[in-house]
Ligand binder design. Structure first.
Ligand code: FES
Length: 102
């Protein structure tokens, strides 16, 4: 079981628990504002863009090459950007905080 926190553009902080699926699915199922998951999780829309808290980046890992290519098209992208459909929920990311990028 992992506890995952989202911070929305309105600075609302929402902590959810899950043990499987992607971070995007968790966000969409729980109506997190700003995470739409339009492409269904196949890394082709960037509507699941989040910024990982810098101190949590090592836990979450780096974006893949395909993911980076998508992120390059997004003005809000920075070194802490991830597309959260590409992040699997597991105990490894327990306690991680994601700031919604849009
Ligand atoms: S849901 Fe489309 S890129 Fe993540």
């Amino acid at each position: 079981m992992a506890k995952i926190t989202f911070i929305t553009q309105d600075d609302e902080q929402i902590t959810l628990e899950a043990d499987s699926g992607s971070v995007m699915e968790l966000a969409v199922e729980n109506g997190i504002a700003g995470i739409d998951g339009d492409c269904g999780g196949v890394c082709s829309c960037a509507t699941c863009h989040v910024h990982v808290k810098p101190e949590h980046q090592a836990k979450v890992g780096e974006a893949s090459e395909i993911e980076q290519d998508m992120l390059e098209l997004d003005d809000e992208a920075n070194e802490y950007s991830r597309l959260c459909c590409q992040i699997e929920v597991s105990d490894d990311i327990d306690g991680v905080i994601f700031k919604v990028a849009h």
